[in-house]
Design a binder for this molecule. Sequence first.
Ligand code: BGC
Length: 721
Amino acid sequence: MNKITTFLPALFMLFASSCKQPSKTILSDFKPFIPPVDYETADKRADSLLEKLSVDEKIELIGGHKMFFTKGYEEYGIPEFYFSDATQGVHIRNELENQVEKSTAFPCPLALAATWNVTLAREYAKSIGEECRAGGIAVLLGPGMNLYRVSQNGRNFEYFGEDPYLAARMIENYVTGVQSTGTIATLKHFLCNNTDFHRRRSNSVADERTLHEIYLPAFKAGVDAGAMAVMTSYNQVNGEWAAQSDYVISKLLRQDLGFKWLVMSDWWSVWDPVKAIKAGLDLDMPGHSIKNLFDSNEFESMYVRTNAKRLLDEDRIAQEDLHRMAKNMLATFISMGLFDRPVKDTSYLKNFEKHEQTALQTARESMVLLRNTNNILPIDKSADLKVLLTGEYVEKNAEGGGSARVEGYNIITMLDALTQEFGDMIKYLPEPTANQISDADMILLSIGTNDNEGWDRPFALPDKTDSLVLNTAALNPNVVVIVNSGSGIQMTGWRDKVAAILYAWYPGQTGNKALAEVISGKTNPSGKLPISIEKRFEDSPGYPYIPEDKTFYSDWKQDIDMTIPVYDIYYDEGVFVGYRWYESQDIQPLYPFGFGLSYTSFEYDNLRVYDKGISKGEEIVVEFVVKNTGRVEGVETVQLYIQDVESSVLRPLKELKGFKKITLPPGESVKVKFTLKLKDLSFWDVKTHEWVAEQGMYKILIGASSADIRLTEEVNYKLEN
Ligand code: BGC
């Protein structure tokens, strides 16, 4: 049966000549977004417009209308604006009028993070921004960027993984990509919305340092990149609902991050309009109840728009509050130029083919090869092999659900893509017999999860899925497991029993084509994990977070159940999230952050650090050489971590501070250069409330993953006298 080992050398010769590469070396030429109308001018224009409006008319502006719109006044030249989800493409709501006729389903944002390709993040987001323009969408309700604290979070697929530095670099590029098209990007969900388990009833309790080092950096990067809207989250942060928390909005967002544009609530998440108004919220979405959801009288007092007049009469809010809210909103739209041109521009429809290519390229670069025993992959198309395809997501594509869901078009199933790539060599059997499994030369086994907004799902797979893998592996040693999931899953029980594991995330409408290319070797896999995958959920930093008397659910009814008492989630692990946690606790994850195999190999050498003794204002220049030592062209993402050797506070053993993606033909090497600033050595000091680098020794660690450090050097930072 096992013909696999006999054809490998021939395959490599073939592969070396045909291997197509995902991308060039990625160097970020990042520049923040500058809006067409400057802040001061927009502010003045908003002020003079608002002079014409009565109080009642102003009140109409500060709450949403028709679920996804803001109020327009033709007589004053104020258009109504359409807001639409989300980070992985435009969610088409057929119940609304004038929808864009189609939208591209991109690989999920976590897959985008697995590419570690900031240029691609910008292109991906630019495509989505263009589709917004084609559909008349003024405000994209994304990017989402809540950090991966627990693998069970049902919305992890919408976000950018566990590391604040990686997430920040992707987000800043995402924001500039969307906004370069004239579409406003919304950073969401602010803040600490790291689980969807009864998300409207959870209270995230986190300290100042943890917020600044872990949960704020991606938002900060988005703000610095010029994002013009922020959406608050459903949960409480340190005892108050985010949408009405002065600490969250006025202190953290406005004061600490310096955000000056539009702050909106998540849908139905204001409970006390006075608090929300005083906390600094500008826009309550969607502003009203809808049938079957918050439509009882009990909830009437929660809406800002419908209560504002009464609150004004009762002197509980002031006219200035309303003015501020309406002005922030109008100034944001004016600054983006939305009062000076139409939002809708159907000429962008001609770019959809390009968007589809961007989606495909993202999928190519996102696939993470976790295991490849005896180089079972790639499969040689010309070999005489019987490849059996089976499993869950062969005929229907795996995707994340909720507001982020994008239907897509030109959908390619796994079956279509593999058949196109391999022809008759692939035999699909939905329910193969034991004989059929053992007779095959190789099995491609598809498994996955359906992750969804509104609830979490267990890290452990259902028993039937685990049994499927184990039973198949017991009959055939050449099982390649293809995982479609929006987060980490438990693979511990069968990892060592299968020949290969390919993590394909939710790959979008054409992602299975990329999968087939990776399996055939046309594309050399280059994705690296933006998350750690633990052996068991109990190992993870966020365990336990679900109240003892509660169990998993998967329906919207429970999501909006307001009778559940608010439950606290203590972020006791502090800054030790993801690999920072596993390393400090000496727990081996099954697969570490930053890990991913290639069909080639890379050597790291010759690390030089200039200057090893630095003082304030100086930079540390780090150089080393990477060589492709295999037989095919490949892409490596090199990672730079720092370690504070002599810190006065407890710090992680590693903190990512740089990465670069490099394409190298076989046998070739390249010099890689990083420049580190003092900020890169710093931690958030709770005494001074700022970033501080202490003098002393730091290690510079260069690696192929967080657990595979190849080169190390020490630097000494001296404070000036
Ligand atoms: C989600 C947001 C989304 C909004 C509008 C909410 O349920 O949490 O992410 O943007 O709905 O669809």
